[in-house]
Design a protein around this ligand. Structure first.
Ligand SMILES: [Zn+2]
Ligand SMILES: [Zn+2]
Length: 312
């Protein structure tokens, strides 16, 4: 028998060739074995009914499912690429009718489902690397969102916020919350655009396979939408940070009240007010709350007491 060179191509399966195949349901997988319709070598395949492990109940057995099988024979085929471990490169489609006791294998008939099931086979084969790669990028995304708190903190020193009157502080709090929330949203949307949301998909029959394939084809459109939303959110977030900086710079600080002191003189009279600058020797200059300034010689002072307010 002449050795068949490796080639990546679809081969059609007729009733006789489909008849060499047997299949059984094993948990979330269908295990198949038979002869490759390309090279006629014995091969087998495992078709995953889900793209990621899911805890919980076993799926209901599917009724009709189109599956894509690639040759994994152990025989040599010349020209096999280094990344292909086995097989002659041919792939084909089978229709499974899965009953409670047996899986019946027949030739697949719907060209659209052939293409969809090929995509499913490739997606399930690549799922581990896809999820891991996406997770690596997500780590960067999460780290970036923590960086935001640093960015927001640049303009918002605690003292400069504390110096603002209450409405100013409330406005800063709202603007900071808006800025951080929108920036976080922008990062998540941007990463969703780049790497898609991690999801568990189940394909249990031909209808679900059709739905999965239709959703997969809209991935580009959804990615573009996420990217637009991300850019809008990032812009509004930056504007909110500008508002924060503007509030801190331009809202006048609340007036700081001077410390008040109450003096008791030798004649038991009292002077209450703020201490003001004075160059007179051995005397304290006080500005009373009525605005009048008095000078109290040091020798007249019996007691000094800091007070919160002066008696009117
Ligand atoms: Zn072979
Ligand atoms: Zn083969």
């Amino acid at each position: 028998m002449v050795e068949l060179p490796h080639a990546s191509e679809r081969v059609t399966v007729d009733d006789a060739r489909a008849g060499t195949w047997s299949a059984r349901l094993a948990g979330d997988d269908v295990k198949l074995s038979g002869r490759c319709p390309g090279c006629r070598h014995e091969t087998n395949a495992v078709v995953a009914l889900r793209t990621a492990a899911l805890e919980g109940a076993a799926p209901d057995p599917p009724e009709e499912l189109t599956v894509s099988i690639a040759c994994h024979c152990r025989q040599p085929h010349s020209g096999r690429p280094d990344d292909a471990l086995a097989g002659c490169g041919r792939f084909w489609n089978l229709l499974l009718r899965i009953g409670p006791d047996a899986v019946i294998v027949s030739p697949a008939g719907d060209p659209e489902l052939d293409v969809a099931s090929d995509a499913w086979r490739e997606a399930t084969a690549a799922q581990v690397t896809d999820v891991r790669n996406a997770a690596e990028k997500w780590i960067g995304g999460i780290a970036a969102s923590y960086g935001l708190f640093g960015l927001a903190g640049v303009g918002i020193a605690k003292e400069s916020v504390a110096a603002l009157p209450l409405p100013g502080r409330i406005a800063v709090a709202i603007a900071v919350a808006v800025a951080v929330a929108l920036a976080g949203w922008a990062i998540v949307d941007a990463y969703r655009a780049a790497y898609a949301w991690p999801v568990v998909s189940a394909v249990r029959d031909n209808d679900e396979l059709r739905a999965w394939y239709a959703a997969r084809r809209t991935v580009g459109i959804r990615a573009a939408r996420h990217l637009r939303a991300a850019i809008r959110a990032a812009t509004v977030s930056l504007a909110a940070l500008m508002v924060v900086v503007g509030l801190i710079w331009f809202v006048p600080s609340k007036t700081v009240s001077e410390p008040l002191v109450q003096l008791t003189r030798t004649d038991d009279s009292r002077v209450c007010g703020a201490v003001v600058a004075s160059s007179s020797r051995a005397a304290l200059r006080m500005r009373r709350t009525d605005g009048e300034t008095v000078v109290v010689p040091a020798g007249d002072i019996v007691a000094v007491k800091p007070v919160r307010s002066c008696p009117g």
